[in-house]
Each structure stands twice: as C-alpha cells, then as structure tokens.
Design a binder for this molecule. Sequence first.
Ligand code: 26Q
Length: 822
Amino acid sequence: SAPTIDVRSGMDVESLKQAITEHLFYQQGRNIVNTSLNDLYMAVSHTVHDRLLQHEHKTMNAVFDNNNVRLVSYMSAEFLMGPQLGVNLIDLNIMAEMEQAVQELGFSLNTIMAQEEEPGLGNGGLGRLAACYIDSMASQQIPAIGYGIRYEFGIFDQVIRDGWQVEITDKWLRNGNPWESARPELAVNVKFGGHTESYLDSNEYLRYRWKPDYMVTGIPYDTPIMGYKVPSCNFLRLWKSEAEESFDFSSFNQGDYYKAVEYKVKSENISKVLYPNDEMLGGKKLRLKQQYFFVSCSLQDMMNIHLRFDGKPQDFHKRWAIQLNDTHPSVAVAELMRILVDEYHVDWDVAWHTTCSTCSYTNHTLLPEALEKWPVGLFAYLIPRVLEIIFEINYRFLKEVSSRFPGDNGKLSRMSIIDESGEKFVRMANLACVGCCAINGVAELHTELLKQQILHDWVEMFPERFHNVTNGVTPRRFVVLSNPGLSNLIIESIGDKWPGKLDELRKLEPFADDAAFREKFRSVKLENKKILAALIKERTGVVVNPSSMFDVQVKRIHEYKRQHLSVLHIIALYLRIKQNPDIDIVPRTFIFGGKAAPGYFSAKLIIKLINSVGDVVNNDPDVKDRLKVVFFPDFNVTNAQLIYPAADLSEQISTAGKEASGTGNMKFSMNGALTIGTLDGANVEIREEVGNDNFFLFGLTAAQVEDAKRNGYNPHFIYDNNEELRNVISMINSGRFSNGDTNLFKPITDNLLWHDPFMLMADFSLYIACQDLVAETWKNTAEWNRMAILNVARMGKFSSDRSIQDYCEKIWKVKPFNIRKA
Ligand code: 26Q
C-alpha cells in the first residue's frame, strides 16, 4: 500500500519531501524548478519548524496542566544562538532523512544549511552561554523559557580593510526568519518617564501610582528550542518594541502628527540594535531602556502565565525560578517588587520574600571597573517609580547591615545599592546581591576570587547564597553538528549515547593507546583542516598548509586575553628564521579571529598588528611557508563551527585572574585540540580533568600576579634583561610591519614597556619556553594524538548538561519533567 504521508509531522523521507514542496509553493510561491537557494532554505526550515511546534505545544500543555511544576526563566540581554537548521535536525534525529529528502529533490543539505544567516544577538561568551543553556534545559527536560530582546540588528559583521576592522550592520532578518512566530495577542506595555503619585486605596492603604510620560508595547516572538532526542520542547521569547497604539497625542497637542511619528520612532528604537561592547562603558540611556523594557515585558508575561493557572501573586516564586545572566536584567528585582506591591497590592514584606525566593544572579566578571552602574539621575528620568522602590529596598537593607555590623561605615558605603562617593550611581551588582537567594560564579577559581575580592562583604553577610557553577557548552552543536568526522569515529568506537551523556566519552580512553584509532583520529583532523584551509583561501587569499600545526586563538579581542602575547611569539619565531634561515622549525599556521568593540582603540590596533605581521611573514621567501599568520574575518557561531574542529593548539592565555571562565577553551578540547594556557578561569578545571601531562601550562598564577602588582611591577626591567624580547619589540618599533611607520604600533609597545597591566612582559619567557615544548611534542605525532584523544575522552564535565544539572540542584530546586509520564 502507498505510504501515508504526514506533511506536518511525518519524519520519513516521503513526508519531508512533500512538506518541502508544499512550503516552497504555498509560502514562497516557488516550485522545485524555479526555486532560489533561500526559498529552498525557507521551505526546509518551515518543514522542520512545523515539527518543532508540535513538540512545543505538547510540552507546554503538559507543563501548564501541572500546578506543581516550577519553571525556569533564563533572563539575558543576549542570546548568541547561531544557525538553527542543523541543530534542530540533530535534536529531532532526522538528519539522515532530511539529507536524503533534499537529495532526491536535487539539492544538497549542506548548501541549504550554509544559506542560513545566524541570529547574532550577543557579543561573545555570555550570550553564547545563554544559548548553550537553553539547549541543555530542553535536553534535560527542564521546563524553561529564555527571555530576551529581539534586536533588529545583532552584533555587527566584521570585514577587514587594509588590516583594520570595519563594522557592517548585521541585517539578519533581511531574508525572513522561519524559526520565529510573533505572538501579538500576548503583547504587554511598559511605562517610561513621568512621575509618581500617592493615593489611598479602598481599604485606606497608602499606595503609589506611576503616571508615565509614555508607554511602549512589547511584542513577543517565540522560537522553539528542541531537546536532544527527547520529546520536550521549550521556547525562547524575545521582545520587539513598538509604539503603544492607543497613546493619544491630541489630548496634549492638537493633532500633532509629527510628534506622533517621533514617538513611534523612539519606541521602535528600543529593540533596534545590540550594543557591541562586552563591558560596561559609560551609561548609554538607550541601553538602560533596553534592559528595563525586556525585564518588564518578561515579568508581566510570567505573571500573566502564573495567574492564568490560578496562582496567587505572592506565590510567584512557586511557579518561577528566575536566573539573571549577569546584572543586565537585575532591575528585575525592583520591577518584580513594583508589580507585586503597586499592581497587586501585596504587602511589602511578603513581596520581598517572593522576590528574593524567585531570583538568582550569575556573575561573569572580576574586573571591578566592569561592574554595571547607572547614574541615579538617569534612573529618575526613565523609570522614577522603579528608583523609589530601589531606595526603599536600600533603606531597609542598610538597616539590616548596621544591625549585623554595628559601626562598620565602610561596609555600609560599599554595600549600599547607591554609590554616593561622587556623582550618585545605582550599582546593579549590589541590587542583584540584595534581592537574589543565590549568587554564583562561572568557574571554581572565579567563584573563589569573587568571594575574596569584589563580593567579599556579601559573603560575610550572606554566606549561604554563594555557589559555583562551572560553565559548559553543548556537545550537540559543537561536536555532533560541527565535527561529523570525529562524531562518527566516536560512535564507531563507543556507541552513540555520549552526546546526551558526555561522561560516556571516558570509554574512549583506552583508544588513545591504539595506533589504528590514532591514525583514524589524525585523518579526521586533517580533513577538517583541509576544509578550513579552503575557507581561509576564500576569505583572506592566504594559502595555508593543512599539515602544519593549526595554532588558534579565536575570541573577542581584549587586552586581558592577550592576543598580542601570541603575536610576540610569532615575531620571535620569525626572528629565529631571519637569524638562521635553515633552522629546523615546526611549520605553524597561526589563526586569529574575533571582533573588537567599535570604540576600543587598543583592540582594533591589535587586529591591525596581527594583519601587518601576517603581511610580512606570509610573504617573506626566507620563511619558506613554514609560518603563516591569518586573521579570519567575522568570527561568529557559524565560522566557529568550522574553526574548532580544525584546531591543533588552543590558545587560552589570559592574565591569570582575569578571565572568569572561558567557554571556547572547552569547545577546542572537545574537538581534540591541545591547550596552551594559564591557570585562569575554567582552564584550571580543564587541566585537572585531562591531566597535567596533557595540558601545556605556563605563566604566573593569579596570586603571583597580585603579588607582583603589590610589590611594584616593573615591565621595563624584564625587557632590559631579555634579549629575545628586546629584539621582538624593536622589530615592531622599527616600522618593519608598518611600511616604515615607527609610530603606528607605539601605543601597544609603550604600554607594554611602561605599564603592562596584563603582564605580558612577566609571562613572555615562560610562554616562549612552553611553546618550544609544544613544538617538540608536535614532532611526535603518536604522542600528540594520544594526548589529544585523552582530551576528548575527559571532557564530560564541560557539557552544559552538567552545568544545568548543577543549577537545578544547587539553585533552582527543579527536577526534570517527563512529558511522556505526565
Ligand atoms: C554592560 C552594560 C552596558 C553595555 C554592555 C554591557 C556588557 C555586555 C556584554 C557587559 C558584558 C558583556 C559580556 C560579558 C562576557 O561575555 N563575559 C564572559 O562570560 C563568559 C560566560 O560566563 C565567560 O566564559 C567569560 O570568561 C566572560 O568574559
């Protein structure tokens, strides 16, 4: 009998083909013969989206029908999602079926997947972490919603012109987004500006009313987030800002059409563009509006859900656990109080208990200057009622501090939510620490340093609130999807349970000593390197040798991450070749990638330096192609998925004590790269897991860095006493890399010689020695691959599934919800 085709939910090849053909015609108005690649991508994606919606619908019905389920609300100003088609096919377990369906229609799935424009709604680590976590929450069957902002323009596209970074607007919605559904019926309004009034309610209680200048409407857009090989499907809910329709200008200003147009533009601007800084740089009014906008929309939405299922407002915490991704959404503490007290007339003390029981805060930085603070005047102007509530929270909190620590005025001023040392600021981390029942760092070292340094007072006040949850990454995207060669090799050897249970990778350990396996492992890596080499040729024009060592540093450009330390090493190698052209040297390809914040001049100059050194080294005949330096433009999730699988050496060389965790470090190791790194962030734990012998460690420890600073660190002294270092710096200053311009890179070299806040000079000789050991090890292919296989085998801890289990147990107190059993 003919197969039964199910166009909307069938997972077999025939159903998929039929669904694609129908979507192509009824949504795109095309047929197989006249389709464009993008129409085809849209049709395939709508086909997958249909299937996700079925799971989402069933999951949410099961969850909301059960009054005892606590849901997680992951609030983040950034979700760096990356392309969606591939991961969804993996999660639904229909990659092979879709490949065949598309092939039978005459196309290639890889080409179709490459057509997707990724949603780059984040800067880097913090935004990508949020994306890994919503993936893992779905896979662990934790009912959850990710709440954020639907930026019209995400992180800028980077192009390199004459060695410099140029920023191009990211028009990711240009060709349509098949993964989202607008939900205008769930729109909510957010107040801005104006003033507050007091009044007596019907019970003669004193209440406050916020009379805003204007309101903005938030429209939610939902994207389904499928779990890996489980029926659970959560969603990401991102808010778009629009003008509030009923807002009436005529009552103020007779028919002022232009005022109305201005108001419309002002409203839509809120969700227009992601701020491309990955640190707090001077308070931009629009950024604070973005934060309050998405927090208020999300809390109203959560309250609507709670009430729809018969919850009482003061029981909000029984339905919801909120995780604040850094302080960006921390105004939630005050906004939830405002909603409970002003809108639902809950007593202050009850509301405070509800709020504190709902919220938890993740810190992602140790740099005191990076802590978010906003001028009190800006708060008063934009969200006056919220500021009053913050004052009230602070007043009550400081009373508690003085009774716990009588006479300790230092503590009072340090812990106050308001910084009153000069111009007054609202300190967002303090607001989060006061109003959250749990506070966590993102790696063991980071959490320890947090407790010793910037949050020390808070540990004394609330020791029980502190936790560590070491970051993790999703192996579905960063191994299964991006490295099919390695995945298939692992599956052949230990089965296919590991992507959902990464500790299973331990079973690979014995294969490290198996020469035949090592050979297969090596050839998978080589194939990945060939693919990347072709891409490098296409994007930069540079020809690289796939059998050279791929030495990779990809991450945002930052002085503390020390991309320029690697540049110093490259120049040292180049000098060795120039001094002795016949020297025996391991061929290396240095690959850099990463965006600089548009206003961060030093970071942009580091990009120029990398490209300039590349121009000289790549074209010097003495080098005989033994060294190549490549700056891979526009590092994003799509490109990352091609780079990690092709890396031999992972550079994780931040100044100890500065990188909170790092997550790229984990993605490299999972793909069989060895790490050269400092004892910083999660490097410490990666080394602990893979074994000291399988990790190239160098550099000062965090404690040594602090000691050196206290004892008057003198970078110039180190320079004076190290000839190789002097030659490297001289070469930069000679103008050799800048067409004779001896000033171009002066800001970098002067800073290193006279200030060197990130201690490159102190770590230089240790780094060079360690790199020499790396080169020696590389010469022994069997040994290198043995170490690399052990790295893969021991990465179980760094699955984001483990991180999410930690959050569930230590912080959220929620359990997996099996919708099949519900
Ligand atoms: C804040 C206020 C105003 C404007 C911008 C910001 C802002 C935006 C983004 C501040 C910081 C960020 C991003 C920070 C970030 O990505 N931190 C990284 O988080 C990772 C996940 O925990 C860690 O692995 C990295 O170590 C940490 O640097």
